[in-house]
Design a binder for this molecule. Structure first.
Ligand code: CP
Ligand code: NVA
Length: 311
């Protein structure tokens, strides 16, 4: 496989070819398999990850920080109040200055253009730790989890129910790249961006993946190998949460939906979960729920990425 990820940024799932995604997943699985060996080898010894946050986080912050420790490196958390992105100095200057200190930058931002600009100006790799438009690290972890549970990705059917948001966008690109069929089912008016659908359908034609958007939650669940959901109101949309509840209520992953699904369909949720909204608690705890493996796999998938972009 001719995969060269050294020095590369990950702003969008579009940036990665199918081969590159699979190489990251293979490296992630290798690092996950032998913690003691990874710690002894310390592939990121002496390296520092700078982590910029404009939004809150549990998984992204801790998985990157713990991941850097496991790889023999170090991570610095930069809270919204530390950097004051866009208010204290320009994104360009932040990228140029941070590049003089750290080996990789990870950023969780509101506007996608901020992480794109960081990658444009930084002289080290920049990783998107979630923007309003995409969440690529999440999708690397999701694909790793699906591969672990199902043994493959290509040709499987995944169904995402809920908001056509950042997670949905990255899922569409990532699925298209690896040949995973992806159905995104949203209430009318909450579909993913039309250009993402067009682009991912185009990518899917090269790998055999069918990418489609539906509005009827009763359609398609029967053939899904993977059922996935996310919060109905994302970070930054808190004031819409109440109004969205009524519009989204029939898009819940619950016992009724599972009764129409394959008995071996796995359940994914990127977390945090709002139980009783996008998923009910009992369904989230079924044996075929992989949501906590998925959370753990954030660290392993990102470790695979960190090793490949730095070494
Ligand atoms: N899934 C995810 O990105 O979680 P956090 O918002 O807690 O980082
Ligand atoms: N769509 C959610 C994902 C959280 C990990 C958000 O942006 O808040």
């Amino acid at each position: 496989m001719s995969v060269e990820l050294y020095g590369r940024s990950l702003v969008s799932m579009r940036d990665l070819s199918g081969e590159e995604i699979l190489a990251i997943l293979d490296k992630a699985a290798e690092l996950k398999a032998d913690r003691a060996q990874v710690f002894a080898a310390a592939p990121l010894a002496g390296m520092t990850l700078g982590m910029i946050f404009q939004k809150p986080s549990l998984r992204t912050r801790v998985s990157f920080e713990a991941g850097m420790t496991r790889l023999g490196g170090h991570a610095i958390y930069l809270a919204p109040s530390d950097i004051k992105l866009g208010r204290r100095e320009t994104t360009e200057d932040i990228a140029l200055v941070l590049s003089r200190y750290v080996d990789v930058i990870m950023a969780r931002v509101f506007g996608h253009e901020i992480v794109a600009d960081l990658a444009k100006y930084a002289t080290c790799p920049v990783i998107n730790g979630l923007s309003d438009f995409e969440h690529p690290c999440q999708i690397l972890a999701d694909l790793l989890t699906i591969k672990e549970r199902k043994g493959t990705l290509k040709g499987l059917n995944a169904m995402y129910l809920g908001d056509g948001n950042n997670v949905a966008h990255s899922l569409m690109y990532g699925a298209a790249r690896v040949g995973l069929n992806m159905t995104i089912t949203t209430p009318p008016g909450f579909e993913p961006q039309a250009n993402v659908l067009e682009e991912s359908q185009q990518m899917g034609r090269e790998t055999g993946a069918t990418i489609r958007v539906l509005n009827d939650p009763a359609e398609g669940a029967w053939e899904a190998d993977v059922l996935y959901t996310d919060v109905w109101a994302s970070m930054g949309q808190e004031e819409e949460a109440g109004a969205r509840k009524a519009k989204f209520k029939s898009y819940q992953i619950n016992a009724e939906l599972m009764s129409r699904a394959k008995s071996d369909a796995i359940i994914l949720h990127c977390l945090p979960a709002h139980y009783g909204e996008e998923i009910d608690y009992a369904t989230s705890r079924r044996p075929n729920s992989a949501i906590f493996d998925q959370a753990e796999n954030r660290m392993h998938a990102q470790n695979g990425l960190l090793v490949l972009v730095t070494g």
